[in-house]
Design a protein around this ligand. Structure first.
Ligand code: C5P
Length: 242
C-alpha cells in the first residue's frame, strides 16, 4: 500500500484500493488542518487516535442497528472500509449552538437546541461547502425525497446513540458532521467520526476536547486528543507517549 498512490487524498485521510474491489483502505494521516486548509500541521500520533475513536463509534453504531462502511482495523491508523458511492453532502447535527451557527446567526454560544438542528452542506471546498436546503438538494438531484428523509432519520438516531455514550463519559456532544454513501440501494455512514469532525465539551468545565483546540490555539492538541481517546474508548488507557 505504501508504494501505491491513493485514489483519493483529503486533508487528513487517504483512500487506497485493495485487492478486493468492494473494500478500500482508509489511512488516517497525522495531518491536521483548519479554516479550509489555511492552517496546517502534522502531529505525530494524531491519525491513530482519530482512527481508534472512529472505529469505536462505527462499531457502536453497528451494535445499534445503524450500518456503516467500517469492516475492520488493519493497523492502528488504517481501517478497511466498504467501497461506497459517496453522497456529496455534509450532514451536521447540532445539540448546542457553537461554531458557524453562532458566527452566522444570532445564537448565543452554549444555547441548548431542542430539538437538535440538522444542517446540510454541499461538499465542495472550492465553494466553502455552502449550506443547502431540501429544495436545492432535490433540484440538484443529489438525493430523492425518500433518501433525504432517511438520511435525516439516520442523523437523528446516530445523534441519540453517540450523545448517550458520550454522556456516560462526562462529555457533551455539541455538534458533529456525518457523511453517507450508497452500497447498492442502502445508505451507510462513511468517512470518519472523530475529534476532527465533532465538537466535544467536558460536561463540568465546558473545556473543548476536539479540533477547536487546534483551530483557536486553546492548548496542546495532541494531549487533548490523547486524553479524550482514553475517555471515549472502553477499558483502554492510552499509554502511548507519542
Ligand atoms: O464549523 P461548523 O460549526 O459549521 O462545524 C460544525 C461541526 O461539523 C463541527 O463539529 C466541525 O468539526 C464539523 N465539520 C467537519 N467538516 C467540515 C465542516 C464541519 O467535520 N467540513
Amino acid at each position: 500500500m505504501e508504494n501505491e498512490s491513493p485514489i483519493y487524498s483529503g486533508k487528513a485521510k487517504s483512500l487506497y484500493r485493495t485487492a478486493n474491489p468492494g473494500e478500500m483502505l482508509m489511512k488516517f494521516r497525522d495531518d491536521i488542518t483548519a479554516f479550509d486548509g489555511g492552517k496546517k500541521d502534522t502531529l505525530s500520533g494524531k491519525g491513530s487516535r482519530n482512527a481508534a475513536v472512529s472505529s469505536y463509534f462505527f462499531r457502536l453504531l453497528e451494535k445499534n442497528g445503524i450500518r456503516t462502511h467500517f469492516l475492520r482495523m488493519e493497523s492502528e491508523n488504517t481501517m478497511i472500509v466498504r467501497a461506497l458511492r459517496m453522497i456529496p453532502l455534509e450532514v451536521i447535527v447540532r445539540n448546542i449552538a457553537a461554531g458557524s451557527l453562532v458566527r452566522n446567526y444570532p445564537f448565543k454560544e452554549g444555547t441548548v437546541l431542542k430539538p437538535p438542528v440538522i444542517v446540510i452542506d454541499f461538499k465542495d471546498d472550492t465553494k466553502h461547502d455552502p449550506m443547502l436546503n431540501d429544495d436545492i438538494i432535490l433540484a440538484l438531484g443529489v438525493l430523492d425525497r425518500a433518501s433525504l428523509t432517511r438520511l435525516k432519520q439516520f442523523a437523528r438516531r446516530i445523534n441519540t446513540v453517540l450523545s448517550r455514550d458520550l454522556k456516560k463519559k462526562g462529555i457533551k456532544l455539541v455538534d458533529f458532521k456525518l457523511e453517507f454513501g450508497f452500497a447498492g440501494e442502502d445508505i451507510l455512514v462513511g468517512d470518519e467520526i472523530s475529534m476532527d469532525s465533532m465538537r466535544l465539551w467536558d460536561e463540568k468545565t465546558n473545556e473543548s476536547l476536539d479540533k477547536d483546540v487546534y483551530r483557536f490555539d486553546k492548548g496542546d492538541v495532541l494531549s487533548t486528543y490523547r486524553s479524550v481517546t482514553g475517555r471515549i474508548l472502553p477499558c483502554e488507557n492510552d499509554h502511548r507517549n507519542t
